[in-house]
Design a protein around this ligand. Structure first.
Ligand SMILES: Cc1cc2nc3c(=O)[nH]c(=O)nc-3n(C[C@H](O)[C@H](O)[C@H](O)COP(=O)(O)OP(=O)(O)OC[C@H]3O[C@@H](n4cnc5c(N)ncnc54)[C@H](O)[C@@H]3O)c2cc1C
Length: 421
C-alpha cells in the first residue's frame, strides 16, 4: 500500500532512506546507477554540515552557508525523489513507514536518522542549557550570547553583570573544545570592540570536563597542546567537573561548587535520535540499534541502519559517532542493496579511520591523521582544507572561504545579529 504523499511509479524496487544527513545522502548518491527508485525522507529540506555548526553559534558563518537544500544537491539524479516528512514509526511486517505525510511503503529501508543531544536525564540542563545539534540550536546560542552582552550593558550590579558575562561550555571533546575556542575569539577579538564600556576582565569562559582529559581520542602530546592553546585563549579548563544542576542563573557542580552563570552550552554527549526508541528494536549504548556486520537489522534483512543511529563494534571498541563512519557505512549499504538485487552475498562493514581534527581558533588546531600528529598552524591549515573540501556546493565553499579570510584579516564576525524566532 502506498500513501498519497508518495504516489510514484513502482516499476523498480523502492529504496526508502530516512535522513538526509551524511549517511542518508551518501546512500542516495551511491545508488544513482542502481536499478532502483530512491526516496529520501527528512524532516528538514536541507542537508546540514554539522561540524561547522559551532561557527554559526559564534557568529562566524550564516546558517545557509553550511546547509544546502536536498533537492538542489540531487537535482540531476533520475532515480531520486525527496519528501519532507517526519518519520514516526515503521511497520516492519508490512514494510511500511508511518510519517507526518501518510504511510510510505518500501522494498529496502535504510535508517540514517542520526543523533540528538544527550543530556543524560539532567532535567534542569534540558530546560536551561543550550545544546548544539541543528541550525535552530546554533542560532539560539548566537542570540543568547549576544543578548547577554546587551543585558550586561544595562546591568548596574557588578555580581549580576559578571554572571551575565560568564560562559560555560560542558564537555571536553572536539565540539566542546572548538566551541570554547571560537567563543573566546568572538568575545576577545570582536565583541571587545563592540562593547568598549564593558570591562573585559568581567568575562569568563569555562570549559568543564568530567574526566581528567580533553580530546580523549587524541594522543597525549596533542591533548597537551590543545590544553595550552585553550589556556592562551583565557579559557579556564576544569577537569573532574561534573554538572549536578543548572537553574539558568547558576550552575552547581557535583563537588558542591556553585558558579553564577547565565550561559551553559552542553557539548557533553550525543545519543541516537528519538525515532530509534519508537522502532520496537532492542537498543544498545546511547540508544543506538545494534546492526549485523552487513549493517542489516537482525531478523529484518531488508532493513539497514547506518551512522549515529547504528551500533557496531570494531576491535572490541564501539564505532564512534562521526561523519566518516556514517559515510563509509552508506557506501557499504548501497553496495549491499545492489548485491541483494543480484542475489549476491553481502559485504561486511569495516571502518577505515582517517583520524581526528579539532581547531581551537585562528592558527591553532590539533590533527591526528594518517599516523601523523600535528598541532598549531600546520594542523589549522589542514583543518581548513579538509572542511572546505567536505562542504557541499561550490557556492557554500566560496562564501565560507571569503568569510574566513575576512574574519582572519579584519578580526570580524559577519553574523552578529540578534534575531527573533
Ligand atoms: C556540533 C557537532 C559537531 C560535529 N563535528 C564533527 C566533526 O568535526 N567531525 C565528524 O566526523 N563528525 C562531527 N560531528 C558528528 C557528525 O555530524 C555525525 O556523526 C554525523 O552527522 C552522523 O551522520 P548521520 O547520517 O548518521 O546523521 P545526521 O547527519 O545527523 O543526519 C540525520 C538526519 O536525519 C533527520 N531525521 C532525524 N530523525 C528524523 C525523523 N524522525 N524523520 C525525518 N527525518 C529525521 C535529521 O533531520 C537529519 O537530517 C559533529 C556533530 C555535531 C552535532
Amino acid at each position: 500500500m502506498v500513501g498519497s504523499a508518495i504516489a510514484t511509479s513502482r516499476s523498480a524496487e523502492r529504496v526508502v532512506v530516512v535522513g538526509a544527513g551524511f549517511g542518508g545522502l551518501r546512500v542516495a548518491r551511491s545508488l544513482r546507477r542502481a536499478p532502483v527508485q530512491v526516496v529520501l525522507l527528512d524532516r528538514n529540506n536541507y542537508h546540514l554540515f554539522q561540524p561547522l555548526l559551532y561557527q554559526v553559534a559564534t557568529a562566524g558563518l550564516e546558517p545557509e552557508q553550511i546547509a544546502k537544500p536536498v533537492r538542489a544537491i540531487l537535482r540531476g539524479q533520475k532515480n531520486f525523489d525527496f519528501r519532507m516528512v517526519e518519520v514516526t514509526g515503521v511497520d516492519f511486517a508490512q514494510r511500511r513507514l508511518a510519517t507526518s505525510g501518510g504511510p510510505i511503503s518500501y522494498d529496502f529501508l535504510v535508517l540514517a536518522h542520526g543523533g540528538e543531544t544527550n543530556f543524560f536525564g539532567l532535567d534542569s540542563m534540558m530546560k536551561h542549557g543550550l545544546g548544539l545539534k541543528d541550525i535552530g540550536d546554533a542560532v539560539t546560542i548566537r542570540n543568547h550570547v549576544l543578548t547577554c552582552f546587551e543585558q550586561a550593558m544595562l546591568e548596574t550590579d557588578p555580581e549580576r553583570r559578571r554572571a551575565k558575562l560568564t560562559f560555560i561550555v560542558v564537555g571536553g571533546g572536539p565540539t566542546g573544545v572548538e566551541m570554547a575556542g571560537a567563543l573566546s575569539e568572538l568575545i576577545r577579538l570582536v565583541l571587545v570592540k563592540d562593547y568598549p564600556r564593558l570591562n573585559i576582565k568581567d568575562v569568563r569562559i569555562l570549559l568543564l570536563e568530567a574526566t581528567d582529559k580533553l580530546l580523549a581520542s587524541m594522543p597525549e602530546r596533542l591533548r597537551e597542546a590543545a590544553g595550552k592553546t585553550l589556556w592562551r585563549k583565557w579559557i579556564d579548563v576544569r577537569f573532574g567537573a561534573t554538572v549536578a544542576d543548572f537553574d539558568g542563573e547558576q550552575i552547581r557542580l557535583k563537588s558542591g561548587e556553585i558558579i553564577p552563570a547565565h550561559t551553559v552550552i552542553w557539548a557533553a554527549g550525543v545519543r541516537a535520535a528519538g525515532l530509534s526508541a519508537r522502532l520496537g528494536l532492542p537498543t544498545a549504548r546511547q540508544g543506538r540499534i545494534a546492526v549485523e556486520p552487513t549493517l542489516q537489522v537482525q531478523g529484518h534483512p531488508d532493513v539497514y541502519i547506518i551512522g549515529d543511529a547504528a551500533y557496531g563494534e570494531q576491535n572490541g571498541e564501539p564505532l564512534p559517532m562521526v561523519a566518516p563512519v556514517a559515510i563509509q557505512m552508506a557506501e557499504t549499504v548501497a553496495r549491499n542493496i545492489a548485491r541483494a538485487l543480484h542475489n549476491k552475498p553481502l559485504q561486511q562493514f569495516r571502518y577505515h579511520d582517517q583520524g581526528t581534527l579539532a581547531t581551537i581558533g585562528r592558527n591553532a588546531a590539533v590533527a591526528h591523521v594518517f599516523g601523523l600528529n600535528l598541532s598549531g598552524f600546520p594542523a589549522w591549515v589542514m583543518w581548513l582544507v579538509v572542511h572546505i573540501i567536505q562542504l557541499i556546493g561550490f557556492r557554500n565553499k566560496l562564501f565560507v572561504l571569503l568569510n574566513w579570510a575576512w574574519d582572519y584579516f579584519f578580526y570580524e564576525r559577519a553574523a552578529r545579529l540578534i534575531t527573533r524566532d
